[in-house]
Design a protein around this ligand. Sequence first.
Ligand code: PRP
Length: 198
Amino acid sequence: MPTKQKTNRSAHGGPGEKIKVLITRDRIHRRILEIAKQIREDFPQEPLLLIGVLKGAVFFLSDLARGIPGEVSLDFIAVSSYGKDTKTSGQVRLTKDLDASIEGRTVIVVEDILDTGMTLQYLLRILEQRKPKRLRVAVLLDKPERRIAAVQADYVGFSIPNEFVVGFGLDYAERYRNLQGVGVLILKPQDKAPKPDK
Ligand code: PRP
């Protein structure tokens, strides 16, 4: 989880916060279309169920779903963490379940970022128990340096360094999700820098 900090709010972020562009909107869109094409090539005949993990995955899911030809359905799930050491303690809990059964279905879990892997490890465990025909994972961003849990994604948009990133669904204290590209959040020196965990 990002470290929650007090920041002044404004439409463009608090004073002293800067965003250094890491991945432009155009690169993201091109890459998502490549992944969408790849997914359909991997499952040419099958109806697909994309499961978006709220909230960060909404923009990636939305573009990915529209890029995949053929039959695609959507569902959403949400998870939360106990306490601030969640990412290392691995205590993840479900806060919103899926609307429908996934038994016998070809499922792709869609995440904005794979960081420690604790969230994905939890999700894969509970989803496997529901007996999908296949279970795959697509992530827009992957921070391999941060991995704690032994999980990996089948489809990765971009592998990125261990910096605090925002935009295209990723937030800092719930802000910046609506940025069209992905950027590194830089705080002015007197502010405590966010832990580079997203
Ligand atoms: C982010 C992201 C993943 C998770 C990845 O969610 O969307 O679900 O963290 O981190 P991990 O690999 O270390 O488990 P977050 O808890 O920030 O919620 P959000 O999607 O609502 O922003």
